[in-house]
Write a protein that binds this ligand. Structure first.
Ligand code: ADP
Ligand code: NI
Length: 213
């Protein structure tokens, strides 16, 4: 019961904080990721409480959502401490959030099953029909075109290029989205990624067919 209450409280806090988020990290992204993460957690026998709380909080330290990642993490830590959660669990949740982003993914890999599960769920929300929609919303917000035929398609990009070079929504598929299927950590994640990945290929095929008509 105590854990149920902590989950409800955390949901309420995150929902309020992300109500006006417009970069694709809105509350409904969090809700989808949490639901998917719980589904994977059950299949993979991961700790459901840790997975749920980490999924709910996972974007609150992202520099697309808050101004400063360190400050974001400190706020999350304070929240967890206010919720009567065990010290080791707090540390575990913080580690997951810290290392979960794509940037983090280039550095230290997540070692616990709970971290792997939440990361898979977050990546699943970046692919398939939902992922396509999010990519266009994010691109629009950044002022990127749907597709810029003058930019070459780059499948290998340095971190710096990825951050600073001109891109487009369609280019982002090649830069990141089509790679996510092979980055899945868990068997369940891999299974769920398959259909979504296939759908993105179908979408791109149709897109290029239409623009080359
Ligand atoms: P998350 O925080 O959910 O792990 P990101 O912060 O990397 O994901 O991105 C959020 C959403 O915005 C994703 O759906 C992603 O595809 C999209 N996105 C991120 N960077 C770009 C970009 N440069 N161009 C288009 N879409 C992007
Ligand atoms: Ni996310």
């Amino acid at each position: 019961m105590e854990q149920e209450n902590i989950i409800l409280h955390t949901e309420k806090m995150v929902r309020a904080q992300l109500l006006n988020e417009k970069s694709g990290h809105d509350w409904y992204h969090i809700e989808r990721v949490t639901k998917t993460a719980r589904k994977i957690a059950k299949e993979e026998s991961a700790n459901l409480f840790i997975v749920t709380i980490a999924a709910l909080l996972h974007d609150l330290a992202d520099d697309k959502v808050v101004e400063n990642e360190e400050q974001g993490l400190a706020t999350i830590q304070k929240w967890l401490e206010s919720q009567n959660i065990m010290k080791e669990d707090i540390q575990h949740i913080i580690t997951i959030i810290k290392h979960m982003s794509f940037k983090g993914g280039n550095g230290i890999p997540l070692t616990t099953i709970e971290g792997k599960v939440v990361q898979d769920a977050d990546r699943l929300d970046a692919i398939g029909a939902v992922g396509i929609a999010r990519c266009f919303v994010y691109s629009g917000q950044k002022g990127q075109l749907i597709y810029d035929p003058d930019i070459e398609v780059r499948e290998e990009m340095s971190k710096d290029q990825y951050r600073h070079e001109k891109s487009s929504a369609i280019h982002h598929f090649y830069e990141k989205l089509l790679k996510l299927k092979d980055l899945m950590n868990t068997e369940t994640g891999r299974k769920l990624a398959k259909e979504r990945h296939h759908f993105m290929h179908q979408f791109l095929e149709q897109f290029f067919e239409e623009i080359h008509e």
